[in-house]
Design a binder for this molecule. Structure first.
Ligand SMILES: [Zn+2]
Length: 126
């Protein structure tokens, strides 16, 4: 895996692991084809694949938030849809309502409550 992808994915994968969710199997495959982006495929246990990409020129916190958002989407579709409530990572203030949202806040990639805009944790520290 390219370093630009690896450093973007390390924090969200830590959150995934702590939640007890199996990480995707990564395949080095540049499906995007745009040299401004680094991309790969994420494969789930059911054989479904989803692409992930990050913009090479973006700052680390932007790439981490973007990767977290894409890993979250993958996790919800792969692990949680139709099984558990589709809220990973769950919002501590509204655990039955919505998952947290990965955004850049104060130059950090964080998980935010989309309802009241509270910053709950840094990505990688849920
Ligand atoms: Zn909330």
């Amino acid at each position: 895996m390219e370093r630009v992808l690896e450093e973007s994915l390390t924090p969200p994968l830590r959150d995934l692991e702590r939640a007890g969710l199996e990480a995707p199997r990564f395949e080095d495959f540049d499906w995007n084809g745009d040299p401004e982006y680094a991309s790969l495929m994420m494969w789930g246990p059911d054989g479904g694949g989803t692409g992930l990409s990050v913009r090479r020129a973006a700052r680390l916190e932007e790439r981490v938030a973007s990767a977290a958002d894409q890993v979250q989407e993958w996790a919800i579709e792969t692990h949680l849809w139709g099984a558990a409530p589709t809220n990973w990572p769950p919002c501590p203030n509204h655990p039955d309502t919505h998952p947290l949202q990965a955004v850049v806040h104060d130059h950090r990639a964080v998980w935010l409550c989309p309802a009241d805009q509270s910053v709950m944790a840094a990505v990688g520290e849920v």
